[in-house]
Design a binder for this molecule. Structure first.
Ligand code: DLL
Length: 442
């Protein structure tokens, strides 16, 4: 960690509000929300009726559990604008997330929604000490993806100087970082490592630059990957979380204490459920995160199932924030690989790999089915300085990776070491898994 990041709040009153006042605020907003969506969206009228619940039945936060869940499928079924709660003449921006199959998810924002987005992103960036004096290099993709514009609005709200460079063109990113004196970098964690690699090739030492903080999210990453990023870039690396269906980035973010992500729960009401039974779980238990947007106008959602796995913690943080915290997302209920009956999260594999000397944090997990047996091959790049010609050394390295993975995952894997840069780099979310088994449709 380079600098001592100044503590700061964007909305201190809200971010440090006592639980009772927060719950009162949430209750009031929830009651208003159910009335609004019931009055304007036929989908919700139908769903409420199917579940035998009326807007006036929702009196307290406990009543939330009476409402039906929403899933990505509901969004696809109502493609493109079927869940919009405001007429199109009030919708000033539309985003969409690409689906791997079927229709994409489409979301809309009114002017107030954009202002809300800017506010929650200002809170996010302020969590890492960003002020109007800073240059924010925004290497999240601009366009239909919410990363680019979300960060952009937040940085501008703070009054920082935002550089809307978007993803890609890595050499130019490094040059700009140097010449503009970038203070904060925003991109996916995997792209930050790609930038570190390019800087190294250019003979540039990122650690000597002004850069002091990074806001990384949009894909799962591990503690060890954080250590790697902090070492290579010489910065404080913070985790930021969000999803298109809720607003984009801005749902939750870490402060420098890094003991969980503070959820902006005055706008995004979180629950954790057992993904099998749908039962709400108490604080402290791991399950699927479900979110209700309390204040969004154009595209409100009720009890949206994120498929992301986390744990909620209501204890106040050392930073002074009282907003409920979520543990970093380590996987999704639907990206979990089941290999020969064993649950495997790509993040577990990453965790093992980044700790091993001699390999770079670039890998691809290829899952296939030979006959009836699942086969998992992990392609890992050897690190640049490790181009020894001794076959024996590589065999040893392969064996080491295999053994360590086996002890963590409980299954045996095939390891294939590949040359530096052999694994395709991504400017956005890294593609870590190739599942060739065709076990599921998205
Ligand atoms: O990825 C929004 C975003 C942009 C978040 C920039 C943070 C920074 P989607 O493309 O809709 O939206 O993807 C959302 O990505 O359900 C998680 O599975 C995953 N995800 C997002 N942030 C994190 C994170 C954006 N910090 C999906 N850690 C979510 C782990 C994350 N997974």
């Amino acid at each position: 960690m380079k600098a001592n990041i100044a503590q700061g709040f964007w909305d201190e009153k809200i971010e440090c509000m006592d639980r009772k006042s927060m719950e009162a605020l949430q209750t009031e907003r929830l009651r208003d929300l159910v009335k609004r969506v019931y009055a304007t969206v036929p989908f919700h009228q139908r769903r409420f009726a199917e579940h035998g619940v009326r807007p006036e039945d929702i009196k307290s936060l406990k009543d939330l559990a009476r409402l039906p869940f929403m899933t990505k499928q509901d969004l696809r079924d109502t493609y493109p604008f079927g869940l919009f709660s405001r007429p199109m003449d009030e919708v000033v921006e539309i985003h969409s997330s690409s689906g791997t199959t079927g229709k994409p998810v489409v979301v809309g924002y009114t002017r107030n929604d954009l202002d809300l987005w800017a506010t929650v992103m200002a809170r996010t960036l302020r969590c890492g000490g960003v002020s109007e004096k800073d240059v924010v290099q925004n290497a999240y993709g601009y366009g239909l993806f919410t990363g680019g514009l979300g960060v952009h609005y937040g940085a501008q709200k703070i009054g920082a100087s935002v550089v809307p460079i978007s993803g890609g063109n890595s050499k130019r990113q490094i040059m700009i970082m140097q010449d503009f004196g970038t203070d904060a970098l925003c991109c996916t964690p995997s792209y930050s490592l790609c930038l570190a690699e390019v800087a190294e090739e250019m003979g540039v030492d990122l650690r000597t630059m002004k850069l002091r903080v990074g806001f990384f999210g949009a894909e799962p990453w591990s503690e060890s990957m954080r250590a790697e990023i902090e070492k290579k870039l010489g910065i404080l690396a913070l985790d930021i979380y969000g999803l298109t269906e809720i607003i984009g980035p801005g749902v939750a973010s870490e402060c420098p204490y890094r003991k969980g992500l503070h959820i902006n729960e005055d706008h995004f009401l979180p629950e954790v459920i057992d993904s099998e039974t749908g039962q709400v779980l108490p604080y402290g238990q791991e399950g699927e995160l479900v979110i209700t947007t309390l204040t969004k106008e154009a595209f409100p959602v009720i009890r949206f199932r994120t498929r992301d796995i986390t744990v909620l913690d209501p204890e106040p943080c050392e930073c002074g924030r009282t907003l409920v915290r979520m543990k970093r997302v380590t996987g999704r209920t639907d990206d979990m690989l089941i290999i020969r009956g064993v649950n495997v999260f790509p993040s577990q594999i990453e965790d093992v790999l980044v700790k091993i000397e001699g390999v770079a944090p670039h890998y691809l997990i290829v899952v296939d089915r030979k006959g009836t047996l699942d086969d998992i091959e992990i392609r890992v790049e050897v690190s640049e300085g490790n181009l020894a010609d001794e076959v024996k050394k590589f065999e040893e390295l392969e064996r080491k990776i295999k053994n360590e993975l086996e002890s963590v995952l409980g299954i045996s894997t095939k390891i294939k070491l590949v040359e530096p840069h052999a694994i395709e780099r991504s400017m956005g979310k890294a593609v870590r898994v190739q599942d060739r088994r065709n076990l599921k449709e998205d």
